[in-house]
Design a protein around this ligand. Structure first.
Ligand code: FES
Length: 161
């Protein structure tokens, strides 16, 4: 006997239930997937002007260490890194800002007034007050930061790590 072209009530209910389930799954699933993968797509720009306080805090001709932290978000990974900058205010009012990261293998250099040098404790690298290489295994001078002064406050241009 041929089948009726009309669908039974049972078939109709099954189809409507399946369609409703599919729509509900999509409504819940698509935002959930977006929520889960959004951090992986997120990148925070590291470029920033770091406030380093009043320029009066930095005596003329004396390397003064300023430390700051930067938070880096890369996907699900959040990292807090610390940085050190030696600020030297020159007698003409210009500012020299030197990274305290040794250009050999990234140990932290220290200003030693009696030696008139930044000295790296790891492999004995010496840099002069302007960050230029005196002696040691380092390939180049200390890195410099761009600076600006606004309303008597010093800002350091951080380009990321
Ligand atoms: S890391 Fe500074 S001399 Fe090697």
């Amino acid at each position: 006997m041929p089948r009726s072209p009309h669908m039974s009530r049972r078939e109709f209910v099954s189809i409507v239930t399946a369609a409703a389930g599919t729509v509900m799954g999509a409504l819940i699933g698509i935002p959930a997937i977006g929520y889960l993968i959004a951090p992986a797509l997120q990148k925070v720009s590291a470029d920033a002007w770091i406030p380093a306080g009043p320029i009066a805090n930095y005596p003329v001709g004396v390397p003064t260490l300023f430390n700051f932290n930067r938070t880096k978000i890369d996907g699900w990974v959040t990292t807090v890194n610390s940085f050190g900058v030696y600020i030297i205010q020159q007698s003409d009012g210009s500012i020299l800002a030197l990274s305290n990261k040794c250009t050999h293998l990234s140990c932290r250099v220290n200003w030693k007034p009696d030696a008139s040098a930044y000295i790296c404790p790891c492999h004995d690298a010496y840099f002069d007050i302007n960050g230029e290489k005196i002696k040691g295994p380092q390939p180049r001078a200390l890195d410099r930061y761009e600076t600006k002064v606004e309303d008597n406050n010093l800002l350091i241009h951080f380009l990321g790590s």
